[in-house]
Design a protein around this ligand. Structure first.
Ligand SMILES: *Cc1c(COP(=O)(O)O)cnc(C)c1O
Length: 426
C-alpha cells in the first residue's frame, strides 16, 4: 500500500472521511488524497516525496507561492512576541488601514478567523441594519457553511430555498431566496415581490465555487440598482476573489460598488483570517457600538495579521497583477490549444490569478452550464495530470489558482503533461 493510502486509512479512523474539509477527500474523482509533507513556491511534496505543481494554492491564499520567505519571517517574528492576546494590537489597525486603502468601498472593517464567519456576520449585520429578514443568494455561489446559506433553489420560480445539508431545519432557510447566477430578471422579480422584506443580496461577484463563472454584463449592475432602489444591502463575497483577481477584487474590475465586502483567503497569506467591511453607517451597527452581536476569541490574531500585512504589502508591488494575469492566461490558452490539437471539447477562462477549465466547448454562465460539462473527461484529465505531478482541484466545480511563482518553466511543464493527457481523451 502506498504511504498516502496508509495515511488515508489511518486518518479515516480518527477523522470523519479522513479529512477536515470535504473536497480534500477526492470523493468526486475517486482515488487516494495526497497527504502533503511540505510545500515551497509553486510546488508541494506528498507523503511519498513526490513533487507536484500546485494549482490549488490552499484554495486561493498562496498567491505568493508556498512558504514565501518574507511571509514566513513575519510569522516567526510575530510568534516570538506571543500567539494571541485577546486584547487589541497596533498591527490590527495597520491591516485595517491597508484594507481600507486598497478597497475603496471599505470604510471600516472587522476581522474574523474564517470566510464563513465573515459572510455570516455580514448577513447578520445587513439584517440588523435594515430590520429585515429575507436575503437573496445565487445558485452555485458558496459563502461558507452557515445554516441560512446552505440552500438550493426550490421547485418553481421565485421560491424559497431547500437546505442542501442535513441538520439545517427548513425554517432556517425560509428567508433565503435562491436565484440563478446571472439571472438579472429573476432578481428584479424577487425585489418586485419582496422588496420591502429583503435585507441584502449576497453574491460572489465572480463565482469561483462552481468552477469559475463570470458575471454577464449588466448582472452586477442590476444587483446594485435593485438594492439601492429598495434599501437593501449589497454584499460582495470576495473571500475568493479579493486580492486574487486584481488589486481591488471584482469591484475594481467591474466598477460596481457593494455596501459590504467579505474577505479571507489571500488576506491571511495562508493563516486563518477573514474580514467584513464597508460603509461606516452600516458598520456602526456592530457591537459594542450597535445592537448586532459579533465576536471572536482569536479575531485579529497577531500571527495571522502579520502574515496578512506582509502578503498585502508584497501584492502592492507595481505590475504584480499584470504579471500574474499573463502567467494564468499562458496556462489557459496553452490548455485550450492542447485540447484543440487533440479534438477534445474544452474551454477555459481566467481573471488575474484565478482560472476555470471546462470540458465543454463554451465557457459557462451558471451552474447548469458547468454541470453540462463532460465529467468523465474531467476525471481522466485530473488523474492523468496527477500521475504526471500536476495537482488541479479534485472537482469539476472548483476554480484553479496560479501564484507569482508559476514561471514560464512551470507553465511549460504543465502544458507538456496536458498534451499527453489530452491525447488519451479522444
Ligand atoms: C472559501 C469561501 C468562503 C468560506 O471561507 P472559509 O474560510 O472556508 O470559511 C466563503 N465565500 C467564498 C466565496 C469562498 O470562496
Amino acid at each position: 500500500m502506498s504511504r498516502n493510502a496508509e495515511l488515508f486509512e489511518r486518518a479515516s479512523r480518527s477523522i470523519p472521511g479522513g479529512v477536515n474539509s470535504p473536497v480534500r477527500a477526492f470523493r468526486s474523482v475517486g482515488g487516494t488524497p495526497r497527504f502533503v509533507a511540505r510545500a515551497k513556491g509553486p510546488h508541494f511534496w506528498d507523503a511519498e516525496d513526490k513533487r507536484y505543481i500546485d494549482y490549488i494554492g490552499s484554495w486561493g491564499p498562496a498567491i505568493l507561492g508556498h512558504a514565501h520567505p518574507e511571509v514566513v519571517k513575519a510569522v516567526q517574528e510575530a510568534a516570538v512576541h506571543g500567539l494571541s492576546y485577546g486584547a487589541p494590537t497596533e498591527a490590527e489597525i495597520e491591516i485595517a488601514e491597508l484594507l481600507i486603502e486598497r478597497i475603496p468601498s471599505i470604510e471600516q472593517v472587522r476581522l474574523t478567523s474564517s470566510g464563513t464567519e465573515a459572510t455570516m456576520s455580514a448577513i447578520r449585520l445587513a439584517r440588523g441594519a435594515t430590520g429585515r429578514n429575507k436575503i437573496i443568494k445565487f445558485e452555485g455561489c458558496y459563502h461558507g457553511h452557515a445554516d441560512s446559506l446552505l440552500v438550493k433553489a426550490g421547485s418553481g420560480l421565485l421560491t424559497f430555498g431547500n437546505p442542501t445539508s442535513a441538520g439545517v431545519p427548513p425554517e432556517f432557510v425560509a428567508h433565503t431566496i435562491v436565484i440563478d447566477f446571472n439571472d438579472a430578471q429573476g432578481v428584479q422579480e424577487a425585489f418586485a415581490a419582496h422588496g420591502k422584506d429583503i435585507a441584502c443580496v449576497i453574491v460572489e461577484p465572480m463565482a469561483g465555487n462552481m468552477n469559475l463563472v463570470k458575471p454577464v454584463p449588466g448582472f452586477l449592475e442590476t444587483l446594485r440598482s435593485e438594492c439601492t432602489a429598495h434599501g437593501a444591502v449589497l454584499i460582495f463575497d470576495e473571500v475568493m476573489t479579493g486580492f486574487r483577481v486584481g488589486p481591488q477584487g471584482v469591484q475594481g474590475i467591474t466598477g460596481v460598488t457593494p455596501d459590504l465586502t467579505t474577505l479571507a483567503k489571500v488576506i491571511g497569506g495562508g493563516m486563518p483570517i477573514g474580514a467584513f467591511g464597508g460603509r461606516t453607517d452600516i458598520m456602526q451597527n456592530i457591537a459594542p457600538m450597535g445592537a448586532v452581536y459579533q465576536a471572536g476569541t482569536l479575531s485579529g490574531n497577531p500571527v495571522a495579521v502579520a502574515a496578512g500585512i506582509t502578503t498585502l504589502r508584497l501584492l502592492g508591488e507595481p505590475g504584480f497583477y499584470d504579471r500574474l494575469g499573463v502567467q494564468t492566461r499562458k496556462l489557459t490558452e496553452g490548455l485550450m490549444q492542447c485540447a484543440r490539437a487533440h479534438g477534445v471539447p474544452f474551454s477555459a477562462d481566467s481573471e488575474g490569478g484565478m482560472f476555470g477549465m471546462y470540458f465543454r466547448e463554451q465557457v459557462p454562465k451558471g451552474l447548469n452550464d458547468v454541470s453540462a460539462g463532460n465529467i468523465e473527461h474531467f476525471k481522466t484529465f485530473f488523474h492523468g495530470m496527477l500521475d504526471q505531478g500536476v495537482y488541479f482541484a479534485p472537482s469539476a466545480y472548483e476554480a484553479g489558482f496560479v501564484s507569482c511563482m508559476h514561471d514560464d518553466a512551470i507553465i511549460e511543464a504543465t502544458l507538456k503533461a496536458a498534451d499527453h493527457v489530452f491525447k488519451t481523451l479522444n
